[in-house]
Design a protein around this ligand. Sequence first.
Ligand SMILES: [Fe+2]
Length: 219
Amino acid sequence: MDGSNVRDFGLMFTTRMVIVKLSDGSLWLSSPVSVPFDTLQQITKLGIVRYLVAATPRHVWRLEAWHTLFPEAQLWAASTLFTLKKGHPPLSGTLGDTAFQGWAEDLDQLAFKGNPLIEEVVFFHKQSRTVMLDDLIQIHPTVKGKVFRNSLFKLEGVVAPNGGVGLDIRLSFTNRTLARRSLERLLSWDFDKLIIAHGMCIEKDGKEFVERAFRWLSR
Ligand SMILES: [Fe+2]
């Protein structure tokens, strides 16, 4: 589900959250976005909101408002928490390489290692053969008249249709051996679709897409 655009470092970013209905009927929400009231009602009709997840430290701020709406829901975030504000509702746990038992039947996960600044957790929804990631791969369409933004995203290597792993993220991977190991595990999943938080979704051949986006890692 797409949310409204947010501004970060002066640039507009599109947002997207993912809702997974788990086998036990409850809902698992990743990187929740603000939604209109009737959408919220539709979501509550789908099932009990049990898990609110921020798979990257950059999205942890999104959990707070949703926790107010669903105080019974568990909050889970990536392990590097430098963006967590004082007074943030307590987390039920941090996300690592092993899926929490509450969602392990439906989802597998890995912490993409090798980057001391941002350790993003990537999820795999088994039934739909879908990989879900937040910031690691981005695809930004060029916007008419936004010359600075377009050139910056081009320089970053995240422009549509190919997108990719942004230059700043690529440069902050200091341990490539660890990163390659994470990539290997990601590519061992049997997936075809890819959902990202910033940019278009890849409906088929998602694995080839991820392989291409991470080609710089094998060099
Ligand atoms: Fe993001």
